[in-house]
Write a protein that binds this ligand. Sequence first.
Ligand code: ARG
Length: 462
Amino acid sequence: MKKIQKSKAMWGGRFSAGPDKLVQEFTKSVQYDWRLYREDIFGSLAHARMLQEIGVITKGEFAAIEKGLKQIFAEIEAGVFEWDPTREDVHMNIEATLTARTPAGAKLHTGRSRNDQVATDMRLWVKQSIVTDLALITDLQAALVKLARKYQNVVIPGYTHLQRAQPVYFAHHLLAYVEMLERDFSRLADAWQRVDVLPLGSGAIAGSTIPLKRERVAQLLGFGAVTQNSLDAVSDRDFILEYAAADAILAVHLSRLAEDFVIWSTAEFGFVRIGDAFTTGSSLMPQKKNPDVAEIVRGKSGRVIGNLMSLLALVKGLPMTYNRDLQEDKERLFDTVDTVQQSLTIFASMLADVKVNAANCERAVSDPLLLATDVADWLVNKGVPFRHAHEVVGKAVAISEQTGIPLDKLPLAEWKKIHPVCDASLQKIFNVREALSRRKMTGAPGKKQVEEQLKRWEKLLK
Ligand code: ARG
């Protein structure tokens, strides 16, 4: 980065010397907030247009500012703009370059402070990234539904405590994540409405004596409303906290999804095979094929959780109104957004490269113990109170364990000894697919129900 001018010039007449080199190094943010250039320039263009409309700057001055800002925008996009670290942040860099090129630039900051400027830039940035998140969530949901549809007849054990519990369709398991992601979607879409409020015009803390038209700027920038309290507008960052929180919940969901794929891809489970492109080998053990992508997605949720904690702690003790601490929000937020968007993208591509091993799933689900609850339900239908039925099946399971005879092969005579109501039809319970077809209510993993859910999601995600 090239040194363009002495930094003291940026602060106006009060300062006789620029900041100490160490201070400058410590306080500058341009090395990361340059990412706000698009929002900063759009915000300035809208502000300048409004200034011209209320007669604070002339049409000629507006034209010069507009031309200069567009030029700067093009240079940044092309990677040839010279960011000057002595100019502290993105706002100063752009404004100073503009002013160096056109005298009208000196009028751009009329009625504006970096306090309402940065709040505006951040809101514009967050609005855009929420929109990107929503699209990526939808892509991942579509990838899950596609995989679920492809293996729609595969049944796996469902687990509690990571112990085999009851059979479910593999599709039902994946659709659980589609539901979770849908809540993430709606949390973010809901948060978006609270971000969609323009702070510009709040000045440093107390608005301006210049009759700015805030509603006009909001209209130009596509904000749905303007903030109603200037102190709140420059100091509040709850829209960032809320976004980071929604993204942290999303990252935790992704981590759980990743965990399932890590487990399923082990030799012990062998339910899925992740494509080579999404796994890595070991430098030592030639046989290894590690699910690194899923593991890193799981691991990255940690930093997203950490970012939320940092942001909460950052804002916690701040007195009204703006405090420079707030500059620290950017890296944490950018990191959260980059991490979550990367994770969503890579997981969706990985799912397209997953093969389900139906034979291994079938073997796992053929464990008759998975239908012990169904036997209890059968007894309930015969009039046995559930608590007794539970006891009866528990005894049968114990006998099966002691004798080594699988529960579904236990002779009828044994069942009858435990409870006289048992008859031959009890042994017909042990058919996994029939067991699933008995689960008919909304939300249950019955064949028809899963088909209906797949259709619902396919329609919704189209
Ligand atoms: N870089 C600053 C930030 O991110 C911009 C606002 C500076 N305002 C101030 N009063 N120093 O918060």
